[in-house]
Design a binder for this molecule. Structure first.
Ligand SMILES: [Mn+2]
Length: 347
């Protein structure tokens, strides 16, 4: 396909109403790219409807301060998708990452376009712009707005949030001159990095910091210090008052340690596996979750492909960041995951 950005731009400019969605467990890139589309296409006189699976994570709520309504019920998605001119899938091109929306998206395939930067992709929609060399979907959106001749204006903050999220605030290996060029244009358009930083990273609740304290306090180093193991139990949430959606990024703290090659975070959630436990802890549980008891996140600096480790337990992800869910006892699971990693580290 030649010049997909131009084709996507044409589809967007010829549409009066647009519905957008991103992957399950939405992140700053997908939500930032979508919020930017809402703001910029809205300013261009189009009707834009965002669909967010589950809910908008608290860290990214500020992106939706522009007061556009968000729909999140699957039935609303199907009805709305049938009515709009165009459906835009952002930051994924994978059936599995669309979750329950996979079938409804397939049902309106002809009007679906995809903008994504992941290397693996499925045949979703009728037009795909997938560029694995882009650091973030936000970078592609900035270039798309340029192609469309849309001013960055109020969409700048959302685009910058998208790029900053996927590049670890311009620190990860994917940070390249292309994303810096996009960031440069965003800064020229008036984006204030300190304002975004404050909204993303200096807006915690004290309950989250107390939980953070417990994570650090309970951290264990095994395999000659190469593996850091952290775990959070139901009681940690109950006693600190922290919510289940406040564990994001805590795993990365282990990588502050020079010796650490792999970080493991196990989070127990017995409220998720039992619908009958409508007790005090129920308010902490994530809605619509599956029946697993422990969620495990894995991070690797370079020596171990943690996607392989996760795959051994039915999970998946990238070589440096992966995850899995299990209904096994947290201590037994911890031991098996550590053993799998130890084997790969040959310690
Ligand atoms: Mn992304």
């Amino acid at each position: 396909m030649t010049n997909p950005i131009r084709k996507i731009a044409k589809r967007i400019s010829s549409s009066n109403s647009i519905l957008w969605l991103t992957h399950v467990h939405p992140d700053g890139d997908g939500l930032g790219a979508g919020a930017a589309l809402s703001i910029a296409a809205g300013a261009a006189g189009k009707k834009v409807i965002p669909f967010v699976v589950e809910h908008v994570p608290w860290r990214y709520k500020f992106l939706f301060d522009h007061k556009f309504p968000v729909i999140s019920a699957q039935s609303d998605f199907a009805t709305t998708a049938a009515e709009v001119d165009l459906v835009v899938v952002l930051d994924t091109c994978s059936h599995s990452q669309l979750g329950d929306l996979d079938a409804p998206v397939e049902a309106v395939k002809d009007k679906v376009v995809v903008i994504d930067h992941h290397a693996t992709h499925d045949e979703i929609g009728s037009l795909r712009w997938v560029d694995p060399t882009a650091a973030a979907t936000g970078v592609m959106m900035e270039e798309l707005f340029d192609e469309l001749g849309w001013p960055l204006g109020d969409a700048g903050e959302a685009l910058a949030t998208a790029i900053l999220s996927d590049t670890g605030w311009l620190r990860f290996a994917n940070t390249d001159s292309r994303c810096m060029t996009a960031m440069g244009r965003l800064l020229d358009a008036g984006v204030e990095l300190d304002v975004i930083y404050r909204q993303m990273y200096q807006a915690d609740r004290i309950e989250r910091l107390k939980l953070f304290g417990r994570v650090l306090d309970g951290m264990e180093l095994v395999c000659d210090g190469k593996v850091a193991v952290m775990s959070l139990r139901d009681s940690d949430f109950e006693q600190t008052g922290a919510r289940r959606d406040e564990t994001e990024n805590l795993i990365n703290e282990a990588l502050r340690l020079k010796s650490v090659e792999v970080a493991i975070m196990l989070i127990e959630n017995s409220t998720e596996c039992s619908a009958s436990s409508a007790k005090d802890s129920e308010k902490n549980s994530v809605k619509n979750a599956g029946s697993y008891l422990v969620r495990v996140s894995l991070r690797s600096r370079s020596l171990v492909d943690v996607a392989q480790v996760a795959a051994e337990f039915g999970g998946g992800g990238h070589s440096r960041a992966a995850g899995l869910k299990s209904d096994e006892n947290i201590d037994a699971l911890k031991q098996r995951v550590v053993e799998s990693i130890a084997k790969k580290l040959q310690v």
